[in-house]
Design a protein around this ligand. Structure first.
Ligand SMILES: Nc1ncnc2c1ncn2[C@@H]1O[C@H](COP(=O)(O)OP(=O)(O)O)[C@@H](O)[C@H]1O
Ligand SMILES: [Mg+2]
Length: 276
């Protein structure tokens, strides 16, 4: 049975005159990758900080693994990766993790295990300053998951990464999720969300404007058309089985046929246009 590991009701937060979040409601189920999507300034980082007890809300209710975000009971059960996850460049891969193992008071044997998980075991003696960008990113990941958290908060984990490093990070996230880790992921990359997330919520100016399974959202906002390409013409017809049947009866040479669904990005742009 699905259980909600995050439950948020009417969450609001302002900074002086800036309203960062206003009346947000959402929940995240155990075992899913939940994408929190929105452009820069939408309120994604603020949400992660509120959910992880780094900021206090102005109003609303947050339950994380059945506890309040400030509860000491959840600290060991969550992992947080944000853009300021600095590493100690002059220390080795292993020593960077040893430091965190000590902070979390966990067995040193976890270090080798987690290095294996992010495919860095062979590099354990290397200095961080000698690592490639992709390896550093994997080390940050290792640090985030060294205590085996069941819930991960990842704030734009692939922003500013080159395509192949971004892919490495996405593969690690998928691997962890396949083993049962629930992931709360913020991103402004709609293609990434479409590829990775079981469910998404669109955030714009501090409001959730739509949420659901990426595929369902694309179908909901589809113009329901079929593109037909013959040797003579390239045209669209309404997505209707009867019409399609009639159409096919008098086509000699069909080159291509497919239904047209919007991308997640197009859905988002349509919704934000309606809002403004
Ligand atoms: N500490 C802060 N002081 C003042 N304004 C802030 C602070 N943190 C965030 N904001 C404002 O809140 C809004 C949401 O910011 P943020 O959550 O960082 O967005 P995102 O992560 O989606 O880019 C923005 O308008 C931002 O300028
Ligand atoms: Mg942010």
């Amino acid at each position: 049975m699905d259980k909600n590991v995050i439950e948020v009701k009417q969450l609001s937060k302002s900074f002086q005159k800036t309203v960062a979040l206003q009346g947000c409601d959402f929940s995240v189920r155990k075992g899913e990758i939940f994408g929190f999507l929105g452009p820069s300034g939408a309120g994604k980082t603020t949400t992660i900080k509120l959910l992880t007890g780094q900021l206090k809300s102005d109003g609303g209710d947050i339950q994380i693994l059945g506890e309040k975000p400030f509860s000491s009971k959840i600290k060991s059960r969550i992992g947080i990766m944000s853009d300021n996850s600095g590493l100690y460049e002059k220390m080795s891969v292993y020593d960077n993790l040893l430091l965190f193992a000590k902070i979390y008071d966990i067995d040193k044997r976890c270090i080798e295990k987690v290095l294996e998980e992010v495919d860095l075991l062979d590099a354990k003696k290397q200095l961080v300053s000698q690592l490639s960008k992709g390896m550093k990113q994997r080390l940050i990941f290792a640090r985030t998951i060294i205590h085996s958290p069941s819930l991960l908060f990842l704030d734009e984990p692939t922003a500013n990464l080159d395509p192949s490093t971004a892919n490495e990070v996405r593969e690690i996230i998928k691997k962890l999720n396949a083993k049962g880790t629930t992931v709360f992921l913020t991103t402004h990359n709609m293609e990434e969300a479409d590829e990775m997330c079981h469910r998404v919520a669109f955030l714009n100016h501090g409001h959730i404007i739509e949420s659901g399974h990426p595929e369902d959202l694309k179908l909901k906002y589809s113009k329901k058309q079929i593109r037909m390409k013959t040797s003579q013409e390239d045209y669209t017809i309404p997505l209707d089985p009867k019409l399609l049947k009639q159409e096919l009866e008098h086509i000699d040479e069909l080159l291509m046929i497919h239904s047209i669904e919007p991308t997640l990005k197009e859905v988002f742009l349509t919704l934000t246009k309606e809002e403004s």
